[in-house]
Design a protein around this ligand. Sequence first.
Ligand SMILES: Cc1ncc(COP(=O)(O)O)c(C=O)c1O
Length: 356
Amino acid sequence: MDLPPRTGSLKWGTYPEGVLPLWVADMDFPPAEAIQQALAERARGFLGYPPREGDRELKELILEALGLEAELAFMPGVVVGLYAAVAAFTAPGQGVLTQVPIYPPFLAAIQDQRRTVLANPLRETPEGYRLDLAGLERLAFATRLLLFCHPHNPTGRVFNEEELAAVAQIARKHDLIVVSDELHAPLTYEKPHVPLARFLPERTLTLVGPGKAYNLAGLPIGAVLGPKALVEAVKRHLPHVFPNVLAMAAWKAALREGGPWLKATLERLRANRDRVAAWAKARGLGHHPPEGTYLAWLKTPIPKAAAFFLKEARVALNPGESFGRGYDTYVRLNFATYPEVLEEALKRLSEALKKA
Ligand SMILES: Cc1ncc(COP(=O)(O)O)c(C=O)c1O
């Protein structure tokens, strides 16, 4: 077990000694050797300004990985892109659609800029979470923008082609622009991720980055891909910074040489995913194993469940209430850690559940 040092880590440094942190979306594993080497090499070489438009070869690798042809601009992260898109395509007071529960910065990008969240809750079915397409259509007339998350954080849904085609149809009918955050795209298990842009190229802005799949969240970089006019509109709202040279070097190494590391990591994550699912089932918690991501969305019988588990189990999870209104009995558990850490956390959570 090669746990990261506590210094400089948000995940490991926020809570007191002894608390097991299964919250913010970093993995506990060191990055691929090829990425470490690329960073060291870059640091020995040129660290001045890169071209404004970034590394051309990297752009091609990103488009190739997604199987898309599009305009591409680098950004200092994916959340920056969510904020820029809300600013570019809506005005204060207007509504922005999104599926809840949702990764909290989606809500912040809307609300911080004085827009309103038009919440389209995912429906829970015995087979897992599904898009409420009728609900989406009912809200679509009231906005120009849908912030979509695929794979979906926190439920781990990887939407299938039928669902993506239905979203595309609604977007066309109601003249929507869709920003599809596909940052978790390489992290899927049984079924492959298909970009929404395959179904809706003329209206989709796809946001990607290496941060989640290659565990590089501290290297600020992302990209927005789509039709030129839409990418240009977003760019006008992006901060005027050069793309980070170390982050670009790491992303390039990831796409060129990170495949075996990613494959091995997905195997570890899949084992943990199955372990969490079996544990949740045995305790009667509401859970559908994620099809992608290393995040487990768990429904408990406990109000303010994350605060309860922090106090009673000394395990830090993400509070459900930060993912939308009405989710305070839910928690998000990050299982991208070593089996020993996961087992200890599950043991503590089991003990705490007995006190609930
Ligand atoms: C869906 C999603 N989008 C964006 C981010 C953060 O991206 P960045 O750090 O590049 O802003 C995360 C991080 O967990 C995420 O899960």
